[in-house]
Write a protein that binds this ligand. Structure first.
Ligand code: CMP
Length: 141
């Protein structure tokens, strides 16, 4: 499972018209897309997805934002996918993200940071399973 990760194009990036550019970067960085769909989360779905952050002071702001508009949820495959995707997107806070990363180029703030990336293989598996059924994931790309 450690060749898969989970990504979200968040409501800010989708609304600002960056989805195509972000998908280009995904493909140009040799990730394979195993599953992709456009969704609009309810507040309670966002709370379920970000359950591990429930006790954080920004939980309400985060789940409000993530349910404020459409998102693209994406299952990705590449060797060492979790860290490769995190490298491509850059630091959580765009002001700390390296030049050329997705967050540096498309994010506006720590809260509205354009994309999400799973932080471990275990969370990648949970997060893919949260949004996709087995039949929606391409098995042998
Ligand atoms: P993400 O990778 O989706 O995982 C959790 C999200 O919480 C993170 O990106 C940020 O967008 C958000 N986040 C983290 N810290 C803060 C904070 N201090 N204030 C608001 N949002 C935050």
């Amino acid at each position: 499972m450690n060749d898969q990760t989970f990504a979200i194009i968040k409501p800010d990036a989708f609304k600002n018209g960056y989805s195509g550019k972000i998908i280009d970067r995904i493909i140009n960085s040799d990730f394979k897309i195993l599953g992709l769909k456009l969704i609009r989360m309810t507040k309670s779905q966002a709370e379920g997805f970000y359950e591990i952050h429930r006790d954080k002071p920004f939980f309400s702001e985060l789940t409000e934002f993530m349910s404020s508009g459409k998102c693209m949820v994406i299952a990705l495959q590449k060797e060492d996918a979790v860290s490769q995707w995190r490298e491509l997107i850059g630091a959580t806070n765009p002001s700390e993200a390296n030049k050329g990363t997705i967050r540096k180029d498309f994010a506006t703030s720590l809260g509205e940071n354009a994309v999400h990336g799973a932080d471990s293989d275990e969370n990648a598996a949970r997060e893919i399973g949260f949004f996709f059924s087995d039949i929606e994931i391409i098995a042998n790309h």
